[in-house]
Design a protein around this ligand. Structure first.
Ligand code: NDP
Length: 247
């Protein structure tokens, strides 16, 4: 039986660990050739590529800080030059500096904006030059882009709200080209950015209906759906995968 993403090529930003690594492995197991970017974790990125290759897939890792527009554009071009096409872009790279808004520094706010919004705009613009009918642009927004259950994430929530409206607006603009744009909004997912152990996790876990943190594969499953052919009529959607946190 042929796989759902056989013959397709995907670029996952921030794919060396956490949610992005799970997405990269899942898209590869669905048959896509996968490029991942990372900023610092060369070894972690290489190990994701090795895992994919060991499982019979094709993958490359590209060092590209999401805050560096030229590097982001070069990552898109490299993906196309290696795999010959680009069908799926997953804008996953993101960061947060959890602390009170009034204590947030300008440098931290700039960094969150540069990675979480500007990097997404630049990667998407570069990818659209190569995408054909059937293309998929997928954002990893956040459940806090819609509702915020706890303090400490003010600039981050603002960027994820922006990502949400970016997806909706872009879906309108490029729908006639047969390219879909969707925003997957994770709730608390156990990663280095948001570990399930520790004080910070307690109110987040309690805010979910399922009373637990999510697993990275639970986000990858939704991304695989919107990347694949079964989601052909889904666009401009905010797909919340949050254990009921925003219910
Ligand atoms: P992690 O911090 O665990 O992983 C982040 C990944 O992105 C790493 O591969 C990292 O690589 C890469 N990355 C970080 N900064 C940059 C950068 N400047 N340029 C390129 N790559 C970068 O994060 P998560 O997996 O938890 O988060 C992934 C996405 O999911 C983010 O957009 C986040 O906002 C979103 N999200 C996460 C939630 C959670 O609870 N975990 C909840 C809601 C949304 P490197 O080590 O090389 O920097």
């Amino acid at each position: 039986m042929s796989k759902k993403l056989e013959g397709k090529s995907a670029l996952v930003t921030g794919g060396s660990r956490g949610i992005g690594a799970a997405i990269a492995k899942r898209l590869a197991s669905d048959g896509a050739h996968v490029a991942i970017t990372y900023s610092k974790g060369a070894d972690a990125a290489a190990s994701v590529v090795d895992d994919i290759k060991r499982a019979g897939g094709k993958a490359i890792a590209i060092q590209a800080d999401a805050a560096d527009s030229d590097a982001v554009k070069a990552a898109v071009e490299k993906t196309v030059s290696v795999f010959g096409r680009l069908d799926v872009l997953v804008n996953n790279a993101g960061t947060a500096f959890p602390k009170s808004f009034e204590e947030s520094t300008l440098a931290e706010m700039n960094r969150v904006i540069d990675i979480n919004i500007r990097g997404v705009l630049v990667a998407t613009q570069a990818a659209l030059k190569h995408m054909k009918r059937g293309g998929r642009i997928i954002m990893i927004g956040s459940a806090v882009g819609e509702r915020v259950a706890a303090p400490g994430l003010v600039p981050y929530a603002a960027t994820k709200g922006a990502v949400k409206m970016f997806s909706q607006a872009l879906a309108r603009e490029i729908g006639s080209r047969g390219i879909t744009v969707n925003n997957v909004q994770p709730g608390p997912i156990d990663t280095e950015l948001n570990p399930a152990a520790g004080d910070w996790a307690v109110p987040q876990k309690a805010a979910t209906a399922l009373d637990r943190y999510g697993h990275v594969d639970e986000i990858a499953a939704m991304v695989a759906f919107v990347a694949g052919p079964d989601s052909s009529y889904v666009t401009g959607a905010n797909l919340t995968v949050d254990g009921g946190m925003n219910a």
